[in-house]
Design a protein. Structure first.
Length: 256
């Protein structure tokens, strides 16, 4: 089966999943037959087969009240599961929308509900990679909608780090973006000002070292800089996984 046919089957599968219809693709497409209790946190429209899909009700991600997910607000709720009863947790492109304090609470909750040896898989935009591309190869951002109006990649880069800063004059900075070191620009771009009317906006940034420190401080015994569809947990592998913005993503497994 060629790559185009595989992608077509994966797309059809995802559409059917949204309607509550499931079917098994050929083995070489690598859809995993999953068992156990698996959570998909902040699922949005990415409803995964074999997972308990969890999200907040919002007009942006769920315009109708009939969305098929368990209500969970990372900023307000504890995970509605008992200690050590979950076999895996998937959280893709969520943490960049949430303040650091609530991410810390989510890590602690994930550690609580996971079984020993099981994995919390985190996917976020890769700020270190994007910083390097902005300085060395700005044409990388040609996939982003803002690139059409700014071939320097500047607006695309800032928008992916902070939606609020992208709307301010001079991005609310005291000097040009190119004059900041990596750690400096990441810090100033963390506005951490969640807006209930715009939950889609990026307000935070997480690189591997920052996630590793928080995970280690929380009590996870191992932190792995992973690859797309390459989780150390077989339950979190498969062609239906890691489909959101792979062109800019960082994949990290936290092992309890």
């Amino acid at each position: 089966m060629n790559r185009f046919a595989k992608l077509c089957l994966i797309y059809i599968n995802q559409v059917l999943i949204k309607w509550g219809i499931y079917f098994h693709l050929r083995r070489d497409v690598r859809i995993i037959n999953r068992d156990g209790k698996l959570l998909n946190i902040g699922c949005g429209s990415n409803i995964l087969a074999g997972f308990i899909n969890c999200d907040i009700q919002s007009n942006h991600y769920h315009p109708t009240k009939k969305s098929n997910f368990v209500h969970y607000d990372m900023r307000k709720n504890e995970l509605p599961f008992g200690d050590g009863e979950v076999d895996g947790i998937y959280c893709s492109h969520v943490l960049e929308h949430i303040e650091s304090w609530f991410v810390k609470k989510f890590f602690a909750e994930s550690l609580r509900v996971l079984k020993p040896g099981c994995v919390l898989r985190i996917v976020v935009p890769d700020p270190e990679f994007m910083f390097a591309m902005f300085h060395r190869y700005p044409e990388y951002f040609s996939w982003h909608k803002f690139y059409e109006h700014d071939a320097s990649g500047l607006h695309s880069f800032v928008r992916l780090l902070s939606a609020a800063k992208s709307n301010e004059k001079d991005f609310g900075l005291t000097k040009k973006v190119t004059q900041y070191e990596y750690a400096q620009i990441m810090k100033v771009m963390r506005t951490e000002d969640f807006n209930n009317d715009h939950p889609e906006r990026h307000i935070n940034n997480w690189d591997f070292e920052r996630i590793k420190k928080l995970a280690t401080d929380t009590g996870f015994r191992d932190v792995i800089n992973s690859k797309m569809q390459g989780s150390v947990s077989m339950q979190l592998q498969g062609a239906d996984m890691d489909q959101t913005h792979p062109e800019m993503s960082l994949y990290i497994d936290l092992v309890k």
